[in-house]
Structures are given as C-alpha cells and as structure tokens.
Write a protein that binds this ligand. Sequence first.
Ligand code: FAD
Length: 386
Amino acid sequence: MTGVAKQILLVGAGLSGAVIGRKLAEAGHRCRIIDARSHIGGNCYTERDPETGVMVHVYGPHIFHTDDAEVWAYVNRFAEFMPFQNRVKTTARGAVYSLPMNLLTINQFFGKTLRPDEARAFIAEQADISITDPQSFEEQALRFVGRDLYEAFFKGYTEKQWGCSPTELPASILKRLPVRFNYDDNYFFHRFQGMPKDGYTPLIEAILDHPNITVELNTAFSPDMVDAQDQVFWSGALDGYFEYKLGRLGYRTLDFERFTHHGDYQGCAVMNYGDRDVPFTRITEHKHFAPWESHDGSVCYREYSRAAEPGDIPYYPIRLVEEKALLEEYISLAEATPGVTFVGRLGTYRYLDMDVTIREALDTADAFLAAAAGEKTMPAFVKSPR
Ligand SMILES: Cc1cc2nc3c(=O)[nH]c(=O)nc-3n(C[C@H](O)[C@H](O)[C@H](O)COP(=O)(O)OP(=O)(O)OC[C@H]3O[C@@H](n4cnc5c(N)ncnc54)[C@H](O)[C@@H]3O)c2cc1C
C-alpha cells in the first residue's frame, strides 16, 4: 500500500462492518471489529438448527435481491448462491391468496376470471377517486385499490406491523399501484436473486477472513476503545453511541415464537396473516428457503411486531414526524464528533436491504481511502440518515 497503515475500529460484525473492514484490510489498514453479540453476521445471521438440521434465519427471513451487478459479483465472490425467488402467500378472511397482489389474487378474491385489461379496468372502478390528494397510507391505498382489497390485504397487516392506524402513516409508503395485472408472484423485481447455499453466516465469515482483520465477539463498545484508533466506523444505533442522552429513536421490534413440525407445515417459506384478530403478522417456515436441502423436521417462526423497549433488538426504524425531529438532534451531535463515521441500518436509522447495505459499505470504504490519501478527515455520515 501507499501511505501509512491506519488503525481502524469497526463496531458491529454485521454486513456493514464486515464489508467496510474487508476493503480497508485489503488496502493495508489494520481493522479491529468488535460485536456485542456472540456471533458475527448481525441480523443476517443464520445457523443450522441442531434438532432438525434446517438452516434458520435467526433474526427473520432474508432473501438476497439486487439490480446492482457489482454487489451481486461481490457476494458471489465469497459464497455460492442458489437461485431463489420469494413467493409469499397471505391468509385473509378464511382463504389463502397470492402476494404481491396479482391477477390470481384479484380473480380469487372477487370470484372472477378477468384477463389483464379487464382487471385493470375493474380495479380502476374499485379505486376511490374522490380522494384527489392522498395524505395518509390509508387514503393512498383506497385511492389505488378501493376499500375491499385495502381492508383484506393492507389494513390489518399494517396495523399489526406498525402498531398504529394506517391513517397515521404517510402516503409515501405506498408509492405505486400495488397490483400486478399478470400472474407474476415473484415478490421482488430485481434482476439478481438468490440465497447463499450454506446460509449468510459463512458468507460474512469469508468476508471477514483476512490477515488484517481481527474480530472480537461478546465485546460491547466502550469509549476508551476510541483512543488508540485513527478512525471508528459505528454500525450500532446512532442514539446508542450517545448513550440515548436526548431520548430514544423509535423502533419496532419483533418477537419470534419458534415451533417445530414433522413434515411440511405450510408448503411455502412465508405465509402472511392479514386479519387483525390474528395477533401475529406472518409465519416463516425456514426449510423452504433452502429447497435444495431435504429435511423431515421443520422449524417455523410465528412473528409478532411491537414497539421496541430498552434492551429489545431494534428492527424497523419508525421515522414518523417525532422521530425525525429527534434524529436531527442526533445528526448534529454526530457531526460534532470527529473520528467517528456512522454507517449501516442502525448507524443511519434507515431500513436498508442487504444489497444497499453492501453498496453503501463499499462506497464508505472508498470515501475513507480517498480521505486517507488526501490526509482529509472523514465525515460523520457518508450516506445521510435524512
Ligand atoms: C426482519 C428483517 C428482515 C429482513 N429481510 C431482508 C431481506 O429479505 N433482504 C434484504 O436484502 N435485507 C433484509 N433485511 C435487512 C438486513 O437485515 C440489513 O440490510 C442488514 O442486517 C444490515 O447490516 P448492518 O451491518 O448495517 O446492521 P446489523 O446487521 O444490525 O449489524 C449491526 C451489528 O452491530 C452490533 N452492535 C450494535 N451496537 C453495538 C455495540 N455498542 N457494541 C458492539 N456491537 C454492537 C450488533 O450486535 C450487530 O451485530 C431484513 C431486516 C429485518 C429486520
């Protein structure tokens, strides 16, 4: 390498910490990665269930999908990926439907045999065109698909997922008409989709496997660790770095109720439950994420969503008006903290898919290498949390 090797501390051994660490290690810098958990991988962590042999997505189901050819090449460099497309079903009002809402869903729900153009016209008739300027998620959904589909497929699920009425959520959540007028039930639109053959943990293990990287697990951050470092990358919670001194940024957390089954419990990987009186949002049957494997037993997770309390794992940032105001205050604190760059889903308080996390981590590492070459300091954020 040209220039002096820097000593870098990366807090968090999830995708953000691993990808930034790898790129800096390859450029000759020394990377110490710590994680408070007993394992690497952050929320992407997978492990084989000892009882059934099934690969379990411990923090909820993770499907890799991207349009970013460089990110796809990056993950394939470290692990073998198997083709995988997510085909989600939903149970609502005593019947099972196909998601995302498509021609099969519409025909089943309304008991019709519509072709694409007919369905398009039919949905346009359902739409509530009296709503000209939708302000809330509810108004937006009613404007797009009308009351029947909204109540069966959006209302209850959204209330359970976000713990509030869809009238309180912004219209921007539903940007496009959420209906496909064909029988395509592939959940994602992206060009590249797949699942690492042996789960995500070996993928991240391979990224971390470099002589310039040391990983310390069961090691929570403490402020005295910063002293000996040229730069810190923080992929923990933004408010957590400041010990929540201005209050807590709101998150939803998830509770997973694990159960096992002999054989095939539900015939698909993800079954949503749209009805409000079913307390969980979905059931995940993990073995269907690895259809190339064969197991007699099965491991399932019933998934419940609720507001995160101190000590809970933060999953989904809430980002409503109140949280955004507090976020601004933490951004100001972060910008006044030299030597620390906040990264990843928790460090920037945003929901990030894995491909975006990797893209941002690669860009962040590039920004550091450019800054180091020019003897410049790193900003608090390479990707704005706003
Ligand atoms: C339920 C769920 C399902 C998802 N499904 C998908 C999917 O299907 N497809 C997809 O592309 N993406 C999915 N994602 C997104 C994916 O999980 C994220 O993109 C990814 O985990 C972000 O990685 P990260 O390293 O930024 O954060 P994390 O994975 O959260 O890693 C941060 C790490 O920092 C550690 N840490 C925090 N604070 C400290 C501290 N003070 N000291 C030491 N260590 C600390 C934590 O223990 C953690 O290991 C899903 C997310 C959720 C919540």
